[in-house]
Design a protein around this ligand. Structure first.
Ligand SMILES: Nc1ncnc2c1ncn2[C@@H]1O[C@H](COP(=O)(O)OP(=O)(O)OP(=O)(O)O)[C@@H](O)[C@H]1O
Ligand SMILES: [Mg+2]
Length: 371
């Protein structure tokens, strides 16, 4: 299977002033499952359609393996695409739906049957091959759409939100199936979703787009542990990372009553940019509860006082949605607590960020300052 390369690939729609996809640089490895994720309108589908040959490329190049496919028609690219609306032909059986592209291509009947049966086996559709689509569940129909792509034995799979028509439970089930199927077949895959949980659970690597610009491409683990900027920090993770603008203080930053240490370079960089504040990021699971005057709270301080507004009990964990006064502003924060010891609405908790688990971002540029 080949690699896929976006080389400063740009798409400006006719009449558009700014690119829908802006100089996208992305190297996708042989057999890799790469997920493109980002909010609505950020350019995910456009990127995929450029790779498929369904959208003109106005700048840069796209390569599949060593082949420059930038201006090749879709049929010469050896790719197969699965869309959100995978419209099956209602009057055809599952087998005929799956084999249709091969029939058009003039492949003989026995060969088509062999490939369809093979795909049916892989997708657990064997007993449904003679049914019409209307007699299938949503998840089964989705698998037929996958089958249609598989029988063509493409070099690259493209999928654009293929699960968004399924209900929540089926979506979770099917995403595991797709991920394991892709690993089994080893076909280089580009998968588009706006759902960051889907991105994090399915991808070998995840590429985050915003306004047509690539923000970060990384493994799910690194993306979570070291988001490159404020946007990625807020986008990846659920509930989202707490992001709080705080003033620089001697030896660190002032976080409520405590001073929390921040690397010298981060402070220097912020100061060099003329900033008097930085934005501190702390994930909900990295805010530790401290008692008043607890040794954990540096300088004998009390951490940050958070007034509990809502508690979400999830069994093993609970999420506290609260408000804290940071400087002159009141700020919403989320704190993860043990499911066995959830506080009551109205209670006041004192929290400090766990040492080594704070992220520091430039307030002015949004760039990551900490290591
Ligand atoms: N045919 C078109 N003509 C003009 N502008 C378009 C066209 N298709 C998309 N756009 C614009 O290009 C930008 C990117 O669109 P795109 O469909 O790639 O977003 P997306 O990330 O797939 O969003 P969603 O999650 O909503 O599917 C948007 O601002 C959109 O309005
Ligand atoms: Mg889209």
């Amino acid at each position: 299977m080949p690699t896929v390369t976006f080389d400063k690939a740009t798409r400006i729609y006719p009449g558009g002033t700014k690119p829908a996809v802006d100089a996208l640089d992305l190297d996708i490895a042989d057999g890799e499952f790469l997920v493109l994720v980002g909010p609505s309108g950020c350019g995910k589908s456009t990127s995929l359609r450029m790779l498929a040959g369904l959208e003109d490329v106005n700048g840069g190049a796209i390569r599949i393996g060593d082949r420059d496919v930038t201006h090749l028609p879709p049929k010469d690219r050896n790719i197969a695409m699965v869309f959100q609306n995978y419209a099956l032909y209602p009057h055809m059986t599952v087998a005929d739906n799956m084999g249709f592209a091969l029939k058009i291509a003039g492949v003989n009947k026995a060969e088509i049957r062999r490939k369809v049966e093979e795909a049916g086996k892989i997708l657990d559709l064997t007993e449904y091959l003679d049914r019409k689509p209307k007699a299938l569940s949503g998840g089964q129909r989705q698998r037929v759409a996958m089958g249609r792509a598989i029988v063509r034995e493409p070099q690259v799979f493209l999928m654009d939100e293929p699960l968004s028509n399924l209900d929540a439970k089926l979506r979770v089930q099917t995403r595991t199936q797709i991920a394991s199927l892709q690993r089994r077949l080893g076909i280089t895959t580009v998968y588009v979703t706006h759902d960051q949980v889907e991105a994090m659970t399915m991808g070998d690597r995840v590429a985050v787009l915003k306004d047509g610009l690539l923000q970060q491409v990384d493994t799910p683990r690194n993306m979570y542990d070291r988001p490159a900027n404020l946007f990625v920090a807020g986008f990846i993770g659920s509930p989202a990372m707490n992001l709080v603008e705080v003033p620089l203080a001697d030896g660190g930053v002032k976080f409520g009553e405590s001073v929390i240490p921040v690397s010298r370079t981060a402070v220097d960089e912020a100061a060099a940019a003329g900033d008097r504040t930085v934005t501190i990021g702390v994930r909900p699971e990295h805010l530790d509860l401290v008692g008043e005057g607890d040794a954990l709270a540096k300088d004998g301080g009390k951490g940050l006082a958070v007034t509990v507004n809502v508690v979400e009990e999830l069994g093993a964990d609970g999420y506290v949605y609260g408000t804290a006064k940071v400087g002159d502003e009141s700020k919403d924060l989320v704190v993860r607590v043990s499911g066995r010891a959830v506080p009551q609405k109205g209670e006041v908790l004192h929290v400090v960020p766990r040492s080594g688990e704070t992220h520091v971002f430039s307030t002015s540029s949004g760039a990551r300052l900490s290591d």
